[in-house]
Design a protein around this ligand. Sequence first.
Ligand code: ZN
Ligand code: ZN
Length: 385
Amino acid sequence: MIMVGSDRAKKTANLRQQLGKIRVMDFSPRKRRAASAAKSAGVDGMLVTHLPDVRYLSGFTGSNAALVLAGGRAVLFTDGRYTGQAKAEAAGTRVVIATKPAVVAACEWMESAEVRRCGFDAAHTTVAGLETMRKAVSGKVRRGMFVAVGSLVARMREVKDRGEIAKMRAAARTGCELFEGMLTYLEAGQTEAEVASTLEYAARLAGAEGMSFDTIVASGERSALPHGRATSAKLPKRGFVTLDFGVILDGYCSDMTRTVHMGKAMPGERDVYDSVLEAQEAAVAAVAPGVTAGEVDEAARSVLRRVKLDKYFCHSTGHGVGLEIHEGPRLAAKQTQILEQGMVITIEPGVYMPGRFGLRIEDMVLVTDKGGEVLTPSVKAWIEL
Ligand code: ZN
Ligand code: ZN
């Protein structure tokens, strides 16, 4: 069909409009920062194999990848299943479709590019993986070639940029909406598994790519299990139900916990709840840039110590969250890491009394220039259903 001038102009305008909606993310600042961190660590190349790190630096979301940063270049190695996807997602990075394991192809490429010291993250490299890397290069360069440089990319990921914060806000908001929906659904007699699957089904319908982790539903005596997986146990007529769950939206995880009470509280339950809530709010209030992770942990722990419940608080106060459900920083006793603006952390103290009951309250908190902003504002006051 012949296109007349005005049609063509209209189509071009339409196309421009369409393309304008696709925000192509520029990963070069991240790649540059990672390369300069590698240089400071004394290596002239860097091999990134941990998939969330690969995604962070290139945009590629496939399940098999090795990314090399060397000599101002970034090259992504993957396999034939991802030919189209890698080119689309990692548009700003050179893509090599390898016919051998991605990590082998990456190491061979580095040797040919005359990389002499290649940094890798020991936390995400197995002994067998390191052996594969060593065997991929010739004996001439093998000695001293691979150097463990720590989790450089994971450290970069701890501070979120504007785009990431927007995604995390959206994931956290979806989590809150799901929780609020569950309040009208929960009933004594439902099994924990039913509750978890209903929540997860609703999450999918709300656009979640998946759950951040296996949904925790711990009811009655089982609420004393800090990580009680949903089982066939039935929600009690009277007792606590702890829901700890998260959704993944656009790659970013949410994480929140609320504990509600089925029926009227039994003696002592309400006091314990109020103490955990006070501890949680004290830790949220302690969040600020420049404060150590240990100080935030202590803010929660000291409240529980005052009412002699600290011995039942058997885990750390929180963790960073982002592309992975558990990232740095770790908010635990005596942790000296300093909180920085842009970090997204959880604050989740709990009390677990074996054979009786337990409860936890968890928010996601963004470290701002002034303090902490709760990203999961669902009600935390006592709820009786
Ligand atoms: Zn959680
Ligand atoms: Zn958590």
